[in-house]
Design a protein around this ligand. Sequence first.
Ligand code: NAD
Length: 290
Amino acid sequence: MKIGFIGLGNMGGPMAANLARAGHDVTGFDTADVTIDGVARAASAAEAATGAQVVITMLPNGQILRKVAAEVIPAMDKGAVLLDCSTVDVESARAVARQAQDAGLSALDAPVSGGVGGAQAGTLTFMVGGDESGFNIARELFDIMGQKAVHCGPSGNGQAAKICNNMILGATMIVTCEAFALADKLGLDRQAMFDVVSTSSGSSWSMTTYCPAPGIGPQSPADNDYKPGFAAELMLKDLRLAQEAAAAADADTPLGEAAMKLYAEFVEREDGMGRDFSAMLPRFEKRGYS
Ligand code: NAD
């Protein structure tokens, strides 16, 4: 397949490399000067999109996505697929999809879970919104870049699934860290705490797969001095998107709001910037009841 790939950063770079390695003809563009193995370089986003059957974007936010979409949509052939894998607000995803459909294209919003490790290993999970025909064309690319793609319904629903998932993740990580810090103060051994909770009703991915306590459970960023992994500022971005969506849809999400405020404090006023989102545990360790 001829593929244009725009945004070759921490995630997009390895995703594009995997597509090229699988034999696809990939042309990439990034505003930064990056070279990716097996990926031809274009001088602009429009050039990368010209003649492509699928154009993939992996960009920082919705504002940049809207700008890039305005450049690439006119350059794309009718019937081609615009596949956005960035995490952006639901409104931007739906606006870009409408523009693409008006120009005779298929549009998919397909944000991912799995992080840089998943992008490199080709084990991402894609949450996909948009039309069935576009999903069927993109499926073979999802199979190369990931281990699972779930079609969640019409445009924007992929982003909706992503922010709901990450709102749960942010809140469960915080409460798991709180519980470890409380257990410490109650004299409960961390290994015992893990052994109980990981097989009891308080269990979650934050405990069993990404345990925030160093030396406990499977390898996680806690065992590497809380180097990301999934950076706290990226979690904050996703929690803000969830709150924007909740406000727009008139949904009551008090725990999501509390999680957003805690990550904002951690990233913007404490030492959370550049640390893994599970570094909430050392934060709670230092604090008393107030
Ligand atoms: P990144 O900052 O490493 O990459 C973004 C790339 O886009 C950069 O290389 C940047 O130069 C490029 N770019 C910016 N403006 C551009 C433009 N106008 N035209 C072309 N290129 C442009 O970020 P990332 O970690 O790769 O994340 C990308 C997206 O994936 C984000 O939406 C993020 O929320 C999401 N995401 C990231 C992770 C993660 O663990 N890093 C996990 C899941 C989802």
